[in-house]
Design a protein around this ligand. Structure first.
Ligand code: PHE
Length: 372
């Protein structure tokens, strides 16, 4: 009796065409299922094949069987590691797709400006130093030629810190004359006993960055060039004064540093930082730690009539370092001379961006800050 011939070839095609692991498993089951698998059945039926044909029939079946087993294994592997074809549809990246804009932060405009200042002075060979915002009366005033009874102290009223014995050891002020680490002139050591006994070691929030002149000269020998940007404090608050504000001290000392060098350095810096076409006016000004003392006003012509453009604005005090100050730092005023200046950084930022009220800069209103 002739059994209807099994169409083995069609299985071959179906294995190759299986799209998923499940589809493949189904075909496998149809072939090799223990009860109703076509191949299982065919092999079992070999008993019924007449003796003469059995050998060839068995050989043919076995060939198919191996072929299918190999094909299935191969296809299973292919389905497990997706082909390029599949990736093209399932893992497609649409490079033209517009993603929601990512929010990016940026520096506040003051630290951003300070970086520019450092860059501009860095190009002129100035070192950068930072020091403590909590200063001693000695550094902030006395060594700068402003003794306790000097009227110049009135203009710089500030915040004094209550200092118990305990507080003094907790403060992180470097010793006078201590060898300071490069760049950072504020150390981490507490004050020594001998300093604590000094009545001039009262602590205050520094009113100016000028104490950095002292700190830097006590730890570096001339010739030297340095700027020291940072926060300063005074008891002031209106549209152009904030109790916390920023200054950048500058100091250049050498054997032949003159007022002409000072003008050149400062004008170069302001042109780079505020406006290339700035005009300058120099007036005498009094600061106990310079002689002669000067103030520089800046003006430049822009487009907007509403802005401060076109008006003279005082942005910096400066002058030749007073011999007493040099002496206080162990520098011989007969051999060395130099200049110092103190830029008001917030003022410069106000002029540059035409900001009408200084307080806006520190209020932290994002609508304001995002404009820069
Ligand atoms: N420290 C002075 C001030 O705050 C500015 C200044 C610095 C003046 C250096 C002269 C030299 O007003």
């Amino acid at each position: 009796m002739d059994e209807p011939k099994t169409d083995w070839e069609s299985y071959d095609g179906r294995i190759r065409a299986a799209k998923t692991a499940q589809e493949l498993a189904a075909v496998e089951q149809e072939l090799f299922g223990r009860k109703a698998g076509a191949m299982t059945f065919a092999l079992r039926s070999l008993h019924d094949v007449p003796e003469a044909e059995r050998k060839t029939a068995a050989a043919t079946l076995n060939t198919w069987k191996r072929t299918f087993e190999e094909l299935i294994a191969l296809r299973r592997k292919e389905l497990a590691s997706p082909s390029d074809d599949m990736l093209r549809t399932t893992d497609r990246i649409d490079v033209s797709l517009e993603l929601p804009a990512r929010e990016r932060g940026h520096l506040h405009l003051i630290p951003e400006f300070i970086r520019e200042v450092e860059e501009v002075f860095g190009r002129m060979g100035f070192d950068i130093a930072t020091g403590p915002e909590i200063e001693t009366e000695e550094f902030n005033f006395n060594l700068l030629n402003i003794p306790r009874d000097h009227p110049a102290r009135d203009a710089q009223d500030t915040f004094w810190l209550k200092t118990s014995k305990k507080d003094m050891t907790a403060t992180s002020l470097p010793l006078q004359g201590e060898r300071l680490s490069e760049g950072n002139v504020g150390g981490r050591k507490g004050l020594h006993d001998r300093d604590r006994k000094n009545p001039e070691e009262r602590l205050l929030l520094r009113t100016q960055t000028s104490p950095m002149q002292i700190r830097y000269m006590q730890s570096h020998k001339p010739p030297l060039r340095v700027i020291a940007p940072g926060k300063t404090y005074r008891k002031d608050a209106d549209a152009t004064h904030s109790p916390m504000f920023h200054q950048c001290e500058g100091l250049m000392v050498g054997e032949d540093v003159t007022l002409a060098n000072m003008k050149a350095v400062m004008e170069t810096a302001v042109r780079a930082l505020v406006a290339t076409n700035a005009e300058f006016r120099w007036r005498t000004g009094f600061f106990p730690f310079v002689e002669p003392g000067l103030e520089m006003d800046v003006r430049w012509r822009g487009n907007e009539s509403e802005s401060r453009e076109g008006k003279w604005l005082e942005i910096v005090g400066c002058g030749m370092v007073h011999p007493n100050v040099l002496r206080n730092c162990g520098v011989d005023p007969k051999k060395y001379q130099g200049f110092a200046f103190g830029f008001g950084l917030d003022r410069m930022v106000m002029i540059r961006h035409q900001i009408p009220d200084l307080r806006l800069i520190f209020e932290g209103d994002l609508r304001f800050l995002r404009q820069f």
